[in-house]
Design a protein around this ligand. Structure first.
Ligand SMILES: Cc1cc2nc3c(=O)[nH]c(=O)nc-3n(C[C@H](O)[C@H](O)[C@H](O)COP(=O)(O)OP(=O)(O)OC[C@H]3O[C@@H](n4cnc5c(N)ncnc54)[C@H](O)[C@@H]3O)c2cc1C
Length: 454
């Protein structure tokens, strides 16, 4: 019997496996690669990216994992708050000045300023809510964040806005994968906090691309990661868990003392058939929105207008943000090398609009819109690949706070991990993976101590 089986090789499962690597552990991953919603591939000095790209740093679970695995990261250089709208590209200056620098009507500008002030005040409140309090554990802090303005949607909070004003607010909030009438007011405000106080949120980039971390962990676990292994059912017994899965067409099963279930909530609900009914019900209520993304590699030479920018919000296009993965390389080179690596990213309703097209249709739509945002870029593209993410990200809808207690209840031999258990994406995934591993570790140690001496 194994000590522990980890189901799901996204960053949550890999973080748990890393923490438990000195135990008899096996990780089962349904796909032919690890990483889940983290996916990058290297191309010379650059990397193409389709999934998670900015990470927590410093005193966070991610910071600890990066340090412990020896993976290099750096603060994202350049502007994170670029804006391309109504024919103007803004890469410098304070965001508050944007309404005056983008061509738009005066009623839109005034609405923008009024709503900006309202959101600004709420962001200041959110900053106090999110801050850890002395002596409090992470669960209490997380519950408080979920509770914040969880009784109405962000659309209700900001009210009706003229078209251009709404277009300016939308791309930030909808990056959550929810539209503004689906996400709670508090989570929408939280998104502004993430973007405006970027230093405290997700601001680290992994050198070589995010898959450097996930593939690095998998390599270190050599032989204990089984790809192409889709778990169908996890059943708990008094002293063990039995995991049934399919591998290369064959039905298999494995028994372990404990399991860490690090799959999206939809899958966890389906496979963990004998979790407490309240926990299973809460899992069934977690809601995901879709994403579509694409990675583009170009071969232009000479400096480009976008070289120093990392993130450019793009209202009214088929993607709502363009991300310049190559600006991390730019910041570290003595002479500008040819080429750029750009990622486009369409969440929520933008993704739903694209999912009906084939990949070629999505590529063409993106390239046409990229030409509006980064003039000349599309002519030099040498590689372009689309990625569909039907369960792009779980989002916090009005009423989501009520699920948290059941989702985090402990009991039995199956421990849940994944980004749907909190509000900070990869940081939540890593933090919940590490704490599930820590609990398994303590239980294994206790069991060992209580075994009769032979
Ligand atoms: C386009 C995009 C951009 C993003 N940007 C950011 C960002 O900049 N910063 C950030 O922090 N987050 C970002 N995110 C979110 C971030 O990627 C996720 O929060 C995080 O990767 C989730 O990790 P996870 O391990 O919880 O889940 P997943 O990555 O979904 O991992 C779950 C794993 O379980 C596997 N699995 C599923 N079913 C089974 C089964 N039956 N048996 C075995 N295995 C199974 C899956 O194949 C997958 O590998 C982004 C996501 C996307 C898609």
């Amino acid at each position: 019997m194994k000590d522990v089986v980890i189901v799901g090789g996204g960053i949550a499962g890999l973080a748990a496996a890393w923490r438990l690597r000195h135990r008899d552990v096996v990780l089962l991953e349904a796909q032919g690669r690890v990483g889940g919603r983290i996916r990058s591939e290297r191309r010379g000095p650059y990397w193409l990216n389709w999934g998670g790209h900015v990470f927590a740093g410093g005193n966070s679970a991610t910071g600890w994992l990066l340090g412990d695995t020896g993976i290099d990261s750096t603060k994202v250089p350049g502007s994170l708050a670029g804006l391309a709208m109504n024919g103007r590209l803004l890469l410098k200056g304070r965001v508050e000045s944007y309404p005056f620098r983008i061509p738009m009507s005066w009623p839109s500008r005034l609405a923008m300023l009024k709503t900006g002030a309202k959101v600004g005040l709420a962001v200041a409140r959110y900053a106090r809510i999110v801050k850890p309090r002395p002596g409090e554990d992470e669960a209490a802090r997380q519950q408080r964040v979920y509770d914040f303005m969880n009784d109405r949607s962000f659309a209700d909070f900001i009210g009706e806005l003229p078209e251009d004003a709404e277009a300016l607010f939308k791309p930030t909030v909808t990056r959550s994968a929810a539209d503004i009438d689906q996400i709670s007011a508090g989570a929408g405000v939280g998104y502004f906090s993430l973007v405006w106080n970027i230093g405290g949120g997700l601001s680290q980039s992994i050198l070589g691309g995010p898959s450097t971390l996930t593939e690095g962990i998998a390599a270190a676990l050599s032989g204990r990661v089984e790809l192409g292994s889709a778990v169908d059912e996890i059943v708990q017994k008094p002293r063990s868990v039995v995991i049934r899965y399919r591998q290369g067409g064959a039905e298999k099963q494995i028994e372990a003392r404990y399991a860490v279930l690090a799959t999206p909530a939809t899958v966890s609900h389906r496979v963990a058939v004998d979790l407490e009914p309240e926990v299973r019900e809460a899992l069934s209520k977690v809601v995901y929105g879709p994403y579509v993304s694409a990675a583009f590699l170009s071969d232009e030479t000479g400096r480009q207008g976008w070289d120093d920018a990392y993130a450019i919000a793009t209202p009214k296009q088929s993607f709502n943000i363009a991300l310049n993965m190559s600006n991390i390389v730019r910041a570290r080179e003595a002479e500008r090398r040819p080429g750029s690596s750009i990622m486009t990213f369409s969440p929520g309703s933008l993704a739903r609009g694209l999912l009906d097209l084939d990949d070629d249709g999505i590529r063409k739509t993106y390239l046409a819109d990229l030409d509006n945002v980064l003039p000349g870029f599309a002519d030099n593209v040498v590689e372009a690949e689309v990625q569909r993410w039907p369960t792009g990200a779980p989002y916090c809808f009005p009423g989501r706070a009520k699920l948290q207690q059941a989702l985090t209840r402990r009991g039995g031999r199956v421990f849940l991990a994944g980004d749907y258990l909190g509000t900070l994406y990869t940081e939540t995934a890593i933090q919940t993976g590490l704490s599930a591993a820590q609990e398994v570790q303590s239980l294994l140690a206790t069991e060992r101590q209580s075994l009769p001496a032979i």
